[in-house]
Ligand binder design. Structure first.
Ligand SMILES: C[S@@+](CC[C@H](N)C(=O)[O-])C[C@H]1O[C@@H](n2cnc3c(N)ncnc32)[C@H](O)[C@@H]1O
Length: 242
């Protein structure tokens, strides 16, 4: 998110506090995220009438990213009820460009019906298969012309091995300046605190990110997207820089 003024000409008139108490924000943010996760607050968020399993803060950050990149394609793995897809599609509709491709290993009939009947459905394509299967990658190669601006959001199986495989497979669609966003990097901490399943201790999207970055020095964590301190995806915004 370097040089915010490039994206928002009014930024220079907004008086942001530069000497924040970062420690206090980090501690309070983590306390909030744990309490929210324990009480499944993210399950109570709808976007245009469809449940989106995200925190409001994460949706705001994604909106900033989509506005900046103005992608040709948004790809999401793990769609659940489809609120994320509707959210991306609504922003692309306002931007006047772009398509959404959603991939899920199981698209339940009631979810599919609501997504397909939605006024934004014309911007959305659904693929039912595992996000790491060859058929999905082949389908994406056919749908996404080379050189397109693509944003990928990974929100399917949150184990390390699966997310690492996704990162390795989906990086080919990301051109310099675009992003893969790895959701739920917080899961290890939630598992440590007894909130998420113990199987996630050191076996989460965050470990996958760390491993991926060791092998891929053309991606960096864009720390600016940690700015709200309340997020399920800290250090999850991976920007391709070369
Ligand atoms: C956390 S939910 C996704 C939430 C959604 N992105 C939203 O914003 O509301 C996880 C989804 O991942 C799907 N999933 C699990 N394993 C998968 C896999 N191997 N490939 C694709 N989707 C998978 C599940 O079926 C579930 O719908």
């Amino acid at each position: 998110m370097e040089n915010q003024e490039n994206y928002s000409p009014l930024r220079k008139y907004v008086s942001v506090k530069t000497d924040k108490n970062v420690r206090k924000l980090e501690v309070a943010g983590m306390e909030w995220v744990k309490a929210a996760a324990e009480n499944k607050l993210s399950y109570e968020v709808d976007w245009l009438g469809v449940p989106a399993i995200q925190t409001p803060e994460d949706l705001i950050l994604v909106q900033e990213l989509i506005f900046r990149i103005k992608p040709d394609f948004v790809v999401e793995t793990g769609i659940a009820h489809g609120g994320g897809l509707i959210f991306y599609a609504s922003l692309l509709e306002l931007l006047g460009k772009g398509k959404v491709i959603g991939i899920d290993i199981e698209i339940r009939e009631h979810n599919r019906k609501v997504i397909e009947a939605h006024s934004l459905s014309k911007k959305i394509e659904l693929i039912e298969a595992s996000s790491t299967s060859e058929e999905v990658i082949e389908a994406l190669r056919n749908k996404i012309p080379k050189g397109s601006k693509v944003l990928v959001f990974l929100d399917s199986d949150h184990t390390k091995a699966h997310v690492l495989k996704e990162l390795e497979l989906y990086r080919e669609f990301i051109i310099s300046g675009c992003y893969i966003v790895v959701f739920d990097t917080i899961t290890s901490m939630l598992a440590d605190a007894g909130i998420a399943d113990k199987k996630y201790i050191k076996n989460t999207p965050m470990e996958a990110v760390q491993e991926f970055l060791k092998q891929n020095d053309n991606f960096i964590i864009d720390k600016e997207f940690n700015k709200l301190f309340v997020s399920y995806s800290p250090d999850g915004y991976l920007k391709r820089v070369k």
